[in-house]
Design a protein. Sequence first.
Length: 202
Amino acid sequence: MIDLLGVTLSQALQNSWLELLAVVLGIAYLLLAMRENILCWYAAFFSTAIFLSVFWEVKLYMESGLQVYYLAMAIYGWYQWRNNSEQNSLDISTWTTQRHLTVILITLCVSGLSGYALANYTDANFPYLDSLTTWGAIVTTYMVARKVLENWIYWFVLDALSIYLYIDRGLYFTALLFAAYLVIIIFGYLTWHRRYSQQMPT
């Protein structure tokens, strides 16, 4: 047990300081998003730029490719929040059960296809799980940009799955980040739910 702890600490200390910086920016992103602060998209952009390289180095190719999407969505989210904050029109919204089921089914199908391709044509680690967390994150990031309340529930499931990936790849700072996310997500959901309720007509 002591040897395992020593190895874990040793590997964690060998991680790049850039990974740690990405983790700090990632936490800042989620805390700012919870408060609906537009600065969250700046933190997201720079955290994502760093993680793009980190994930590629450990052969999580879908996760690395996802960061390119995150970069674009950080710009899109900033644009949406900035314009709509000026017009005071982008309120927190919800999706119907049918829409959720449709989105989840499509996500699972696409994840299966890309997972199969990665498993057979690359040296990717955990191709199916990597695909699921990646495609799920694509949908969920769009939900954040559009202020869809249920994004927090999606993130909770995806981040819990991602922790296993990062521990296996020795990305301990990132695994700790996602563990912290699980706690922040609960408060984020409660905060947005309260604001959503305040938007509803009395």
